[in-house]
Design a protein around this ligand. Structure first.
Ligand code: DGL
Length: 279
């Protein structure tokens, strides 16, 4: 006898993966997912109207995350990826509750922490992220629990996400701001740095310029993409249709800088739809 959900899972495999962030950062995750699984279709929501999340209250971030999750599920998504560290740190429980048991929901923190298991020579991990992410100490709590031998230090770097969202990177001034954060005493003697904001892979080169190969840099995008692949297979909902995927991109407030930076990942011009879920 066929399992009850066979038809459900068959239809679900063709469904899109819902991905959201406050803005452009989640595209680093979307890009890694599509590189690994080019046959998958995504629906992306950038909550540019509320960017930066890092300065908002936990209550506000939870309610944004809930509204976006309802929207993505309403669009028929088979999985929801919270492609934002800030929303992962404070709103993931709410997202998971809405998704229930049938729709897997992923955050960006757990896959990165699991990824540390192959880094035996890691002693001191630096974590840079938004004020809200750092205030929760979400990374430190998980790392201390899984790897009691590791030390951590966290630094809020609130200027970085808005700077990147504006398309302001790979120039002298952005390098100076980055250097100024990375030279803080808090991050002294680290051997590993976690980019705990999905915007930061866009400044990875500048971070590497500062460390000159002395520090291992870990971003969420690749670890999360691998986790997405694993979960899709586990649920039997990976797309095997062979059809060319048609992605959709929504912004709660249109910004020209989002469109410009999106071209780094999607050079074929993408159609951005403006949709304010709170109007
Ligand atoms: N990209 C988001 C993150 O990973 C946050 C940026 C923001 O402050 O909105 O935390």
């Amino acid at each position: 006898m066929k399992p009850v959900y066979a038809g459900f899972f068959l239809n679900m495999s063709k469904a899109p993966i819902g991905i959201f962030d406050s803005g452009i950062g989640g595209l680093t995750v979307a890009n890694a997912i599509l590189k690994l699984m080019p046959e998958e279709r995504i629906i992306y929501f950038g909550d540019t109207a509320h960017m930066p999340y890092g300065d908002k209250s936990a209550h506000a971030i939870k309610s944004y995350s809930q509204a976006i999750t309802h929207f993505l599920i309403g669009k028929g998504c088979k999985m929801v990826v919270v492609a934002c560290n800030t929303a992962s740190a404070v709103g993931y429980k709410e997202v998971k509750k809405i998704c229930g048991k049938k729709i897997p929901a992923l955050n960006v923190i757990d896959p990165v922490v699991s990824h540390l298991s192959d880094k035996r020579d890691t002693h001191k991990v630096g974590i840079i992220g938004t004020k809200r992410t750092v205030s929760t100490r979400a990374y430190t709590k998980r790392i201390v629990k899984e790897y009691p031998e590791m030390m951590t230090c966290e630094l809020a770097t609130p200027l970085l996400a808005p700077m990147i969202e504006e398309g302001f990177f790979n120039n002298k001034i952005s390098q100076t701001i980055i250097n100024s954060y990375l030279s803080r005493k808090t991050l002294e003697h680290i051997d590993t740095l976690i980019l705990a904001c999905t915007h930061y892979p866009l400044i990875q080169k500048e971070i590497e310029n500062y460390y000159r190969d002395q520090v291992r840099i870990i971003d969420s995008a690749h670890a999360v993409a691998e986790k997405v692949e694993e979960e899709l297979h586990q649920f039997g909902i990976n797309n095997v249709s062979g059809e060319k995927p048609k992605h959709e991109f929504y912004l709660s407030d249109y910004t020209a800088s989002f469109e410009e930076t999106a071209k780094i990942f999607f050079p074929e011009s993408i159609k951005l739809k403006e949709l304010n879920l709170w109007a």
